[in-house]
Ligand binder design. Structure first.
Ligand code: HEM
Length: 476
């Protein structure tokens, strides 16, 4: 069925989720036993406890995986079931996206230099703020601009400062002396203070029958999750969960968006095709985007996925020593699906691995393997569009996870926010490409080389580009 076709989590994966692409298929270890593994290795983009990085809780992960995804698909489901007046999340996001552009995008009356990563970070954060933090917080600069952004900034700078400046046995002291680490702890406290009265309001509303409107938001969903487990959601836990999700969501999405934009700039023919597709679907939906119309942007979707394949983004981490050696000798190994075996495990073919073994799967190498993707080195914008037509329309879209596509991870812990990332990035591109044009600072310049760090790789976010509002040339 057409509306069921694209990006539906039910169609997307087989029950139990896809397995890691290896000859040895490890079944996921039971969830409660896997927890300690995922805390250390599941999402290593959040640096560890010595710098005050918020840990991942099951409640936070499930909130994104279940409640947020359900809200995203509610509108689509309602169409299938002919239910009217369903909460329309994409339409709310579209309004937020328009407001985000007014706040975060320079007016660009002439060619204006900007850092695409920074602009996309701000746009993404503002477009998703209402979903993640609710209406009241979303509009407050003391939250987004003065708490969240500095928190992310210091959280990224703290680990190298602590690792290079402190002997492992003394790292617990960093929170008293190291500047960025102190700021991370301060940021958590600041978030807690802002959240305290807001959480009280949610708790009061919870007690009033009939007070719940709309699809909800991150705070309400978290409160309901903690309630259902008989646990008390304190301001401290709320701050920890929201900060974790924020760091997992915003930086990654901005980096991937920046990488896709670089590829679009290098491929004018594809860019024209994408613009034409946006304009045709926009006309059909009269500019009121919903999940179905976003899903009809098939060429854009294919381009985004091909961009993520050829220019892999991954945040795999490794020890300081390995990072130093890799960075020194320019090694190009990037990994994802980082796990630690918590109980001895025997694969189907007899291979046995002891508890404590660390596993991860090569990401870029898989993406650039000619046996997996014929002519893998070539950027073919319609590669995944053709695969969908020839193979299966329900697979091969940007947010899909499969044996041959593990940039979102794999199995139970595969990124639960990927549908939100997919839809938000599409909304941002609709406005960016419709209203602005882009070029490199120097003539003849192309996509800057990606930056490797340890097991991670991503676009060069230090590279400025020029942007100008479209149509100005004609109107002069
Ligand atoms: C383009 C943007 C994004 C990329 C590339 C990305 C990538 C990833 C990857 C590779 C993982 C680890 C998966 C695994 O180990 O199997 C992950 C986990 C996670 N991501 Fe994302 N992510 C993105 C956006 C988001 C967004 C928007 C959210 C929240 C709204 C989010 C929330 C999470 C959470 C909570 C986890 C931990 C899941 C768990 O361990 O159970 N991510 N992400």
């Amino acid at each position: 069925m057409e509306i069921f076709e694209e990006g539906h989590p039910i169609c997307d994966e087989k029950p139990g989720g896809p397995q890691p692409p290896a000859s040895h298929h490890a079944a996921e270890v039971p969830r409660q036993r896997a927890e300690c593994a995922t805390e250390r290795y599941g999402l290593l983009l959040i640096p560890g406890k010595n710098v005050g990085g918020p840990p991942l809780s099951n409640e936070a992960s499930d909130m994104v995986r279940i409640d947020l995804t359900r809200a995203l698909f509610e509108e689509l489901q309602a169409k299938i079931e002919f239910i009217h007046n369903a909460a329309d999340l994409i339409s709310q996001m579209q309004d937020d996206c328009i407001r985000a552009f007014q706040k975060a995008m320079p007016s660009c009356q002439d060619w204006t230099p900007l850092f695409p990563f920074e602009v996309l970070l701000d746009l993404f954060a503002r477009t998703t703020a209402q979903i993640l933090y609710g209406e009241e917080l979303a509009g407050r600069d003391d939250w987004l601009v003065h708490t969240i952004y500095p928190f992310i900034h210091h959280l990224m700078l703290a680990p190298p400062a602590v690792v290079s400046g402190y002997h492992p046995s003394l790292r617990f002291l960093a929170k008293y002396f190291e500047t960025h680490t102190k700021m991370v702890y301060k940021g958590r406290k600041q978030a807690e203070d802002i959240l305290r009265p807001i959480l009280d309001k949610y708790k009061m509303q919870r007690a009033m029958p009939g007070e719940k409107n709309g699809h909800g938001d991150g705070i309400r969903w978290l409160l309901e999750r903690y309630d259902s487990l008989g646990k008390e959601l304190t301001p401290e836990l709320l701050a920890q969960d929201l900060l974790f999700i924020t760091v997992a969501a915003i930086q990654t999405s901005a980096a991937v968006g920046c990488s896709i934009l670089f590829d679009m700039m290098d491929q004018p023919a594809s860019l024209s095709h994408i613009r034409a597709e946006i304009s045709a679907i926009k006309e059909a939906c009269r500019g009121n985007w919903n999940r179905q119309s976003l899903a009809q942007l098939r060429f854009l979707d294919s381009f985004m996925k091909e961009s993520k394949r050829v220019n892999t983004f991954t945040q795999g981490t490794c020890s300081f020593l390995i990072t130093m050696v890799f960075d020194r000798f320019g090694s190009r190994v990037t990994v994802t699906v980082q796990r630690m075996v918590v109980v001895p495990y025997r694969f189907d073919d007899g291979l046995q691995i002891p508890a404590g073994t660390q596993l991860s799967f090569p990401n870029q190498q898989l993406n650039l393997d000619d046996d997996v993707y014929p002519d893998a080195g070539a950027f073919k914008a319609d590669r995944f569009l053709k695969k969908r037509m020839e193979d299966d329309p329900n697979r091969h879209h940007f947010a899909s996870v499969s044996e041959d596509s593990i940039t979102w991870g794999s199995g139970y812990h595969a990124c639960p926010g990927r549908f939100l990332a997919q839809d938000t990035l599409k909304l941002l591109f609709i406005y960016l490409l419709d209203e602005f044009e882009f070029k490199h600072v120097k003539d003849g310049q192309t996509r800057p080389k990606d930056m490797y760090h340890g097991f991670a790789v991503g676009p060069d976010i230090t590279m400025p580009i020029l942007s100008r509002r479209r149509g100005l040339e004609r109107s002069r």
